[in-house]
Ligand binder design. Structure first.
Ligand code: SF4
Length: 215
């Protein structure tokens, strides 16, 4: 499958064929049946709180953050002696996963022929469109499935749906069947995690012609 997620503390490795599946490896299977993006956000926040509690036990200061809402955790909970500070972000699946990579909680490898979390020039094209191109018709999952039913959400989708989709993935122009093995690369091979958060992690949602606030 395109993504391999390693939980650093336990060494456990998960495989996922969508961004949403990768998030479910951390959050739990209930994430896959979340009924809408609001329910997904609530589940990411709950998972972030659990991860924060664990990280605090290991001596880290933890901040839970959404660029549209600000800091969601109580920073005063952290004591002065705590040396490390990590930030878990919950805006969407991509930035959630990348913030966990940055925090050292997980490591992610991705197949050489996919660009779910690695940078491809099509992410730049999307950003330059201020999000207008983030739609089902430009998403790898829709194209790969060649069907009006999105295989990630298992619901019928119109061509222009997907503007607020957490699992949208650029279609790079070629895609090898995910079950044929392949070469995996650390997603940090060519970009820093901060670059990936900036270039790949954002949702460029269009709201009245303006991209929504980003960090
Ligand atoms: S809803 Fe649309 S944008 Fe989201 S994963 Fe499905 S096809 Fe892609």
């Amino acid at each position: 499958m395109p993504l391999q997620i390693t939980i650093q503390e336990s060494g456990m490795i998960w495989e996922a064929k969508t961004i949403r599946g990768a998030a479910a490896a951390i959050i739990g299977d209930e994430y896959l049946s979340a009924k809408d993006i609001g329910a997904e956000w609530d589940l990411r926040l709950a998972a972030a709180k659990k991860l924060a509690a664990q990280a605090k036990k290991n001596g880290c200061k933890v901040e839970i953050y959404d660029c549209r809402k600000g800091v969601l955790s109580d920073e005063k909970e952290a004591s002065e002696e705590l040396s490390n500070k990590i930030r878990i972000r919950v805006e969407n699946d991509r930035v959630f996963l990348l913030s966990l990579v940055k925090a050292g909680i997980i490591k992610i490898s991705e197949r050489k022929d996919t660009y779910f979390l690695r940078y491809h020039q099509k992410w730049g094209v999307l950003e330059n469109s201020a999000g207008a191109l983030q739609c089902c018709s430009n998403c790898l999952h829709r194209i790969y499935d060649k069907n009006i039913v999105c295989p990630v959400y298992n619901t019928e989708k119109e061509q222009n749906d997907g503007t607020d989709c957490n699992s949208y993935t650029v279609y790079p122009g070629s895609y090898v069947d995910e079950y044929q093995g392949g070469t995996y690369l650390d997603i940090l091979k060519d970009n820093t995690v901060d670059e990936l958060i900036e270039k790949v992690g954002q949702l460029w949602m269009v709201d009245g012609g303006q991209p929504k606030e980003s960090e």
